[in-house]
Design a binder for this molecule. Structure first.
Ligand code: HEM
Length: 543
């Protein structure tokens, strides 16, 4: 069962940060943007109750995720060490700060429910809730790398907390904006509130981004000693992806700002009602993926600590170099024969068959995706309407992966299906990904065959793609493993980023009007093409 624990452990950090942002960012939103005590404000009670509800949900869920994080750690340690990790674990910062944070979030949740909820227009109650939030925020300092450094410990801890709070301000405010849009659609709030709060959020959003940069850059500079480490380690690789996602999120933020600015100049409501909400939805996808990537980054050893495991930039480039795809596979017998030596703890013998097997799987999958993306591009032309069934390729790919992914397990290998699925985090991840790919194809084909204009089915595709990307980024645990592991990881991280672009593009294609619709659709298909190319040229290092 430790496979499940390992998998959940890689996702829980992102879930935790999302709830943290909902609580912390939501309170800052109330204090600096909403200001419900203002007598001129046009907020009705129901709206303010819903605002506090969302913040309460964040604080309450944070208690559960903090406790779940500790339980998962105990579970994993017991499985790895084959003994109960107490009392030693009880003395670690992870345990003590985690438990304190859960307790403090509990107090906050209690105050929100019992006091702020019934005094939503009282400035003093908002300030009290924020003061109560502060100790919980500060405990975060003992849960980051900074806490275990020998030099500049205090500074690094403080910068990391500032970084987390700035991120929470941005993400938590975006959650609140989504709530407001939802209430506006249902005519539950005064329509004027939407543009006004969008406008007020703009400068605060900029402060959040400045806070992220002013804290994130010095931390990053501290944890890197060479430029090469930025490219050649798991830590650097994830940071690079984070910066790219920040640029995408800022792109959406700028489009929103422009639309709101235009509204106040021209009073034309088209953009703020028919574009901004969808940009915000896409921005949310990016920011949530960013949080999962941040959690994954924070669980990796900083680049400065692993100079001996750092790949050179030439090695990284080589991982992406075009090759002729491998279109013949070694036999299953040859693969199994090499397995004992490959996974031996002492006296490892690299297996050429295993490397060739993996290359074949990746390269054939790449060919599938590249061909599908070309069909998808053709489907935009009227004379190629048949090409719109390109997602069928996902179903075929799912079947291919089911047989080929984990050759030592059922149906090809001796290890049973359930045994391998639940006892090995990697196999479990492959199984989920395979199912995801198959379902992606099935749902999308059904969506394309449906004539119902109100069908929600088309949205499954972008949601599953975003989840796939998130899994690729959240499970980047190269840690202290050899640099060959990192060289495999680097392509997967990049594919995670392209999956996110695929998801956002398709989401916007479904929601926007022209010309944004067509542009987003093309970007989405192009991202699929890129994923296909990365896989088609994938070459696994021999190890
Ligand atoms: C130039 C942009 C950025 C840089 C240089 C940067 C840098 C970093 C670094 C070095 C860490 C790891 C700290 C550690 O190892 O203890 C980190 C963590 C984190 N980053 Fe960023 N970051 C950037 C952008 C962002 C953005 C845009 C967000 C979210 C909106 C974000 C959210 C976070 C969060 C929440 C953590 C803490 C993760 C945890 O402790 O579980 N960062 N960042």
């Amino acid at each position: 069962m430790e496979g499940i624990a390992d998998f959940l452990d890689s996702l829980i950090g992102g879930v935790d940060l999302a709830f943290y942002s909902m609580a912390v960012g939501g309170l800052l939103w109330g204090l600096f943007i909403l200001k419900p005590w203002d007598p001129k404000s046009q907020y009705n009670n129901k709206f303010l109750q819903q605002t506090v509800n969302l913040i309460y949900l964040g604080a309450f869920a944070l208690v559960i995720t903090e406790l779940a994080k500790i339980v998962l750690k105990i579970w994993l340690m017991t499985a790895t060490l084959e003994r109960w990790p107490f009392p030693a674990f009880a003395y670690t910062a992870q345990f003590q700060a985690g438990l304190t944070r859960a307790l403090l979030s509990g107090f906050l949740a209690f105050y929100l429910k019992q006091h702020l909820q019934s005094n939503v227009r009282s400035k003093q109650h908002w300030i009290n809730a924020t003061l109560l939030m502060l100790p919980m925020v500060i405990t975060g300092a003992w849960l980051v790398h900074g806490a275990s450094r020998l030099e500049d410990r205090g500074l690094l801890m403080a910068l990391s907390v500032l970084h987390q709070v700035s991120a929470a301000l941005w993400v938590g405010s975006i959650f609140q904006l989504l709530l407001i849009w939802h209430l506006k659609k249902q005519n539950q709030i005064n329509a004027e509130i939407w543009p006004i709060l969008l406008w007020r959020f703009s400068p605060i959003g900029m402060v959040a981004v400045l806070g992220i940069l002013a804290s994130g850059l010095p931390i990053a500079l501290y944890y890197f000693d060479t430029w090469n480490a930025f490219i050649g380690t798991g830590y650097g690789n994830l940071l690079l992806v984070k910066i790219l996602m920040l640029i995408i999120a800022l792109g959406f933020a700028m489009l929103n700002r422009q639309a709101v600015h235009d509204y106040f100049l021209t009073s034309n409501t088209h953009n703020i009602n028919y574009r901004v909400p969808y940009y915000i939805e896409a921005e949310t996808l990016v920011l949530i993926t960013l949080l999962f990537t941040a959690a994954s980054l924070a669980s990796q050893p900083p680049a400065i600590d692993i100079p001996h495991l750092t790949a050179t930039w030439q090695e990284v480039l080589h991982a992406f170099a075009p090759h002729f795809p491998r279109i013949t596979s070694p036999t299953h017998d040859a693969l199994i024969a090499g397995e004992a030596g490959r996974i031996a703890i002492v006296g490892q013998v690299p297996s050429e068959a295993a490397t060739a097997w993996s290359d074949y799987n990746h390269n054939i999958s790449g060919i599938f995706l590249t061909v599908m993306s070309v069909f998808a591009m053709l489907s935009y032309k009227k004379e190629y309407t048949w090409a719109k069934y390109w997602p069928l390729g996902f179903m075929l790919l799912g079947v291919f992966l089911f047989f080929r992914s984990d050759a030592e397990t059922w149906p090809l290998g001796p290890i049973g299906f359930w045994d391998s699925t639940f006892n090995n985090g990697e196999v479990l991840q492959h199984r989920i990904a395979t199912l995801l790919v198959f379902m992606l194809g099935l749902m999308e084909i059904k969506a394309r065959l449906s004539n119902d204009p109100n069908s929600k089915l088309p949205y499954v595709f972008p949601i599953l793609s975003a989840f796939g990307g998130l899994m690729l980024l959240a499970h980047s645990h190269v840690g202290f493993e050899p640099k060959t592991t990192f060289l495999i990881q680097v392509g997967h991280t990049l594919m995670g980023l392209f999956s996110l672009i695929l998801a956002c593009g398709r989401w916007l294609e479904l929601k926007l009007d022209s010309p944004g619709k067509e542009i987003a659709g093309f970007i989405s298909v192009f991202a699929l093409f890129q994923i296909g190319i990365i896989l088609m040229f994938y070459r696994e290092p021999l190890y």
